[in-house]
Ligand binder design. Structure first.
Ligand SMILES: [Zn+2]
Length: 168
């Protein structure tokens, strides 16, 4: 998807954008012909967590497309001004009801043409009560030998869990 097609107007002064290639080897940018504002379509950071209760690894079941009904790591977008670690802890709590403390980094995941860059942490659960949030169909705990490999939503989910299972 060409995300730049979604933005038509300069957010500073409201003038319609024009597309212009500013540097020969870089993509076309959305440029405001009135105030010279340039909209850079930066990546979006996503912080995810792998954490295990005594029953298993906590995964949530997506309630929206794409991949509705498939399983993902609890996580979400990092807010500007928030650290990656704060975002991972906040999102995990919002989506599962469980508090965590980060132990280590599992990996970082980025893909050509994709807006999202995903950071996955290995964390330990420090409290709370497991419950799904409104954004998921359910949350569940999976023993390492019961991970639903064929029903994981994304490459990152699979790759991070494979790394986790090998290392921990
Ligand atoms: Zn402008």
């Amino acid at each position: 998807m060409n995300r730049s097609a979604e933005y038509k107007f300069c957010p500073v002064c409201g003038t319609p954008f024009i597309k212009r290639r500013l540097i020969s080897h870089e993509p076309e940018r959305l440029v405001c012909p009135s105030c010279d504002f340039i909209l850079y379509l930066d990546p979006k950071l996503v912080a995810c967590t792998i954490a295990r209760t005594k029953n298993g690894i906590v995964l949530q079941q997506r309630n929206k497309s794409p991949k509705r009904g498939y399983w993902v790591l609890p996580g979400g977008f990092v807010d500007r001004g928030e650290t990656l670690e704060q975002a991972a802890i906040r999102e995990f709590y919002e989506e599962t009801g469980l508090h965590t403390r980060i132990d280590s980094l599992i990996g970082t995941y980025s893909y050509p043409g994709q807006a999202n860059i995903i950071i996955v942490f290995n964390s330990r659960i420090t409290g709370g009560i497991l419950r799904p949030c409104h954004e998921s169909m359910s949350v569940a705990e999976f023993a390492v030998n019961r991970i639903p490999w064929d029903d994981l939503a994304f490459d990152t989910t699979k790759n991070a869990l494979q790394t986790y299972v090998k290392k921990f």
